[in-house]
Ligand binder design. Structure first.
Ligand code: ADP
Length: 272
């Protein structure tokens, strides 16, 4: 690829249609202020409660490209920063997602950062204080982030063990916006819109969601996500019988325990 070609690579990450997002507690204003002041942001909360959708929405509103990296246990600093690749007879340097974002002023969203290898935190430290520097070790370079670059991470405190947690020295570089399952009226709106179901069906799903979430302190590891309730709604809209739709998108995914699945089955019968 020519240099010119690479310049345009960032354009792939622009979001040109507004992602639907219902605000819960002033997070849009908070995020905007943090971004304007170049403060890294941490989104905390359970899976499927709107963190990713929120970042997409904010990237659109702020007019910045969004580069999302789903972190996993094999993800290394080189995956983020970049590497030399052999192209025919030539060795070419390819910017990783973080370098691309630092150079072109994108929001770089590291989803579930705690899953990544420890060497990735070494990379983000100089980027998240007022130096805003990214060391590219393999090239012997240090680059300074442009003003619009913003680092966002997500983090689910519920999943972490003592062994797998962010260090205080990492945590204390971010402002943290807390996410939770949306309030009933908000969640109803989301399900109506995302699944294309009636208000009545959406309200029933929200009620089921509330009941299932109450089981969290009675043996259920985590409550049901908004994402799964949207799946249930989508299946219902497609003609799947409501009880069956809730069984496959609520009861089965969230637990492997037969007793717990039966309990959730009872809740489904009570609601539908
Ligand atoms: P997370 O990143 O927290 O795991 P997502 O952002 O992927 O979760 O949310 C899962 C789904 O739930 C989204 O695709 C969307 O359909 C729905 N959703 C959750 N919260 C909202 C919200 N506040 N506004 C609009 N949709 C939402």
């Amino acid at each position: 690829m020519t240099n010119k070609g690479r310049e345009f690579e960032i354009e792939r990450y622009r979001i040109d249609q507004e992602p639907f997002y219902v605000e819960s507690q002033g997070e849009v204003g908070l995020f905007t202020t943090a971004a304007q002041n170049r403060m890294p942001v941490m989104l905390k909360g359970p899976t499927g409660c709107g963190k990713t959708r929120f970042v997409q929405h904010m990237a659109y509103r702020l007019g910045r490209p969004l580069i999302t990296v789903a972190c996993h246990e094999d993800l290394t600093a080189s995956d983020l920063v970049g590497r030399y690749l052999l192209r025919g007879q030539e060795t070419v340097w390819i910017d990783g997602p973080l370098t691309l974002g630092v150079k072109h002023g994108a929001i770089v969203y590291l989803d579930e950062i705690v899953e990544a290898r420890k060497d990735t935190t070494v990379i983000i430290h100089p980027l998240t204080d007022d130096r805003r520097l990214l060391p590219i070790e393999k090239k012997g370079q240090i680059i300074e982030a442009v003003d619009e670059f913003l680092l966002v991470i997500s983090y689910n405190p519920g999943y972490q063990s003592v062994l797998k947690d962010l260090k205080q020295s990492t945590k204390q570089r971010f402002v943290a916006i807390e996410f939770d399952y949306p309030a009933p009226a908000v969640e109803t709106r989301i399900i109506e819109r995302e699944a294309g179901v009636t208000g009545e069906v959406a309200r029933a799903l929200v009620k089921l969601g509330e009941k299932v979430r109450n089981l969290k302190h009675h043996g259920l590891e985590e409550g049901v996500s908004t994402r799964l309730l949207v799946y249930a709604g989508t299946l219902i809209r497609q003609g799947v019988e409501p009880g069956r739709a809730c069984e496959v998108s609520v009861a089965r995914p969230i637990t492997d325990d037969a007793d717990m699945q039966r309990t959730i089955g009872e809740l489904i019968k009570a609601v539908f």
